[in-house]
Design a protein around this ligand. Structure first.
Ligand SMILES: [Zn+2]
Length: 180
């Protein structure tokens, strides 16, 4: 069942301090609170974007499991889980490319929750980890994600390129070295 159908059929509940969607507990956090917590987490890690990425990736692997109940095929699985992520306010995700055989995907995100301020470097390390973790779960092999465009550095949207670490081509090596 798609997430939109779940919404329509009323599988969203909040009772006794427990908020659930489709029977799974969720947590709504005020955006400013979340951002301050994420910034402080990054500060505590000495601004190490690779560590922030790995935290997101661990979460993504766990998050991937909730897609199991929706599975029709793997591409639908990924679309469904990104639909849930979009609904939850992380940004508007779309799957631009999907290659199950080689364990590769390209995911685009508009309005990324981490890209609401301007800088010179990609900023969506938690999200990058999240999509890498989800795809690692999905492909049943370890894959990584680099962020090739990011709204935080003036691009129109964020782009996550996902594949096995050893498969990234030469032109991506500087981003791989900086982000993974
Ligand atoms: Zn970004």
């Amino acid at each position: 069942m798609s997430f939109v159908k779940m919404l329509a059929s009323g599988q969203i509940k909040s009772e006794d301090g427990i908020f659930t969607i489709g029977g799974r507990r969720q947590l709504i956090v005020n955006f400013e609170t979340f951002r301050v917590m994420m910034d402080e987490m990054s500060n505590q890690l000495g601004g190490n974007v690779k560590a922030v990425y790995r935290i997101g990736k661990a979460g993504g692997k766990a998050f991937g499991e909730i897609g199991e109940q929706f599975v029709i095929d793997k591409e639908t699985f990924l679309s469904e889980i990104l639909e849930l992520t979009s609904f939850s306010g992380w940004g508007n995700f779309t799957v631009e490319d999907f290659d199950e055989v080689n364990g590769r995907a390209i995911i685009k995100c508009e309005n990324s929750v981490f890209a609401d301020r301007q800088g010179t470097e990609p900023a969506c390390h938690v999200t990058r980890g999240l999509v890498a973790g989800v795809c690692s779960y999905l492909f049943k092999q370890d894959v990584d994600a680099i962020e090739t465009t990011c709204a935080a550095k003036g691009d129109q949207f964020c782009t996550f390129k996902i594949m096995k670490l050893g498969d990234f081509p030469e032109k991506d090596k500087p981003l791989v070295a900086a982000q993974i």
